[in-house]
Write a protein that binds this ligand. Structure first.
Ligand code: SF4
Length: 390
């Protein structure tokens, strides 16, 4: 507990920053440091104040500056005057029969995004969104029918984790021993949006989430899924350092162009070349190839054999995702026999090929089902169906 700040802070002019209070949530340590100094914190104290505020906000989950008892009352008053600790608004919270929770969240501008919590044996995964809508239009994905409205700010990304912790009551309480088993042990950037088209926002948010003094989710517990924004892939390793997943979903350019249109820009070969160069590639940090199982589209035994040939030499695991239907979707889920036959071929080739259990289908929380009302419908279903029919 450091000494309370001295009186001299009060001599600093108390003009509010342009646009009102600064939201602390989502600021990196460096950004918070600069903001505190701009608000009048003496430079020599700023680093320590960052540490104190960081702990209150991200370790203890405190939302009221007045509760930050290791700071002088005057300084707390200044913080309350110049800053806020605000999270997206929870519009709805749905709980599936299988325990999956989906949060519909409203952010600045009245836009809405979704986040999903998936409890499993001994772990719990939070799937977060990085954009309102999506830059891309993958034809199997519900979000892909929603026009991109904007990127989420780092605060709106970090806020999804803090809201889920509130809901699961996972903040530690002062004076009680630290609970080692975390309800939210993993995070996946697999919600709405292409995270690599919001690179800086996601990077800064993950810096906050991975910081060991606060939310402290280890980088190896965070997986970022990209549809294949090749120029940003190496940067992900260098500047974020979390695990990588790729929305692969097809084994020929002809099919992947239809399912994941970004393939027209960076095709399978270009994508695989970038993955073979991935700076963090290793057997302990395998790349996850996500593969949605679509009936009669990409699920043949020949597709399975081609898939293992394509990724040969890349430390990888393959997540087979039974397609989760959504209203007007132009596809159907492969049969379980087909999925198991596919998994068998991949497994025999030496790859872990878990079949992802659909979770939260009853509340439209399963993979590829997320969509918010904001700016509904970029492409009509007829357009998507026509495109899917090729
Ligand atoms: S799969 Fe991902 S990148 Fe593709 S449309 Fe859906 S959210 Fe966007």
């Amino acid at each position: 507990m450091s000494a309370p700040i001295t009186q001299d802070v009060l001599t600093i002019p108390r003009k509010l920053p342009e646009g009102g209070r600064v939201n602390i949530v989502g600021l990196t340590r460096e950004q918070l440091h600069d903001a505190l100094i701009a608000a009048g914190t003496p430079e020599r104290q700023a680093k320590m104040r960052v540490g104190q505020i960081w702990q209150w906000v991200y370790h203890w989950g405190v939302r009221d500056f007045a509760a930050m008892t290791n700071l002088a009352k005057d300084y707390r008053a200044l913080l309350a005057d110049r800053f806020e600790i605000s999270l997206p608004e929870v519009v709805t919270r749905q709980v599936s029969a299988d325990g999956t929770r989906k949060y519909l969240l409203r952010i600045a501008g009245g836009h809405e995004v979704e986040a999903v919590y998936i409890p499993e044996e001994g772990r719990g995964t939070l799937c977060v969104s990085s954009q309102v809508g999506c830059t891309l239009t993958c034809s199997f994905c519900h979000t892909g029918t929603q026009k991109l409205v904007r990127n989420l700010t780092p605060g709106e990304i970090v806020g999804q984790l803090m809201i889920a912790r509130d809901d699961l009551d996972e903040w530690p309480t002062q004076g009680t021993p630290k609970n080692e088993t975390r309800l939210i042990s993993n995070m996946v950037l697999m919600g709405m949006g292409e995270p690599l088209y919001n690179f800086e926002g996601v990077r800064d948010a993950m810096k906050v989430v991975m910081d060991g003094e606060g939310l402290s989710l280890s980088r190896r517990r965070i997986t970022l899924s990209t549809s294949g924004v090749v120029p940003e892939i190496a940067r992900t390793a260098e500047e974020i350092g979390c695990l990588l997943a790729v929305s692969f979903h097809a084994t020929t350019d002809e099919v992947r162009d239809r399912l994941v249109p970004i393939n027209k820009r960076w095709n399978i070969q270009t994508l695989l070349d970038a993955l073979r160069e991935y700076p963090r590639l290793s057997n302990s940090e395998r790349i996850t190839f996500e593969y949605v199982m679509l009936d009669g589209v990409n699920d043949s035994d020949e597709d399975a054999r081609r898939l293992v040939r394509l990724i040969r030499g890349i430390p990888a695991k393959i997540n087979l995702i039974p397609f989760n239907e959504w209203p007007g979707a132009p596809y159907q889920r492969s049969s379980w026999e087909r999925i198991e036959s596919f998994a068998d071929i991949v497994h025999k080739a030496g790859y872990a090929s878990p079949i992802r259990t659909p979770r939260g289908e009853d509340i439209m929380a399963a993979c590829g089902q997320l969509k918010s009302a904001t700016e509904r419908g970029r492409k009509s279903r007829a357009q998507i169906a026509a495109e899917a029919a090729g």
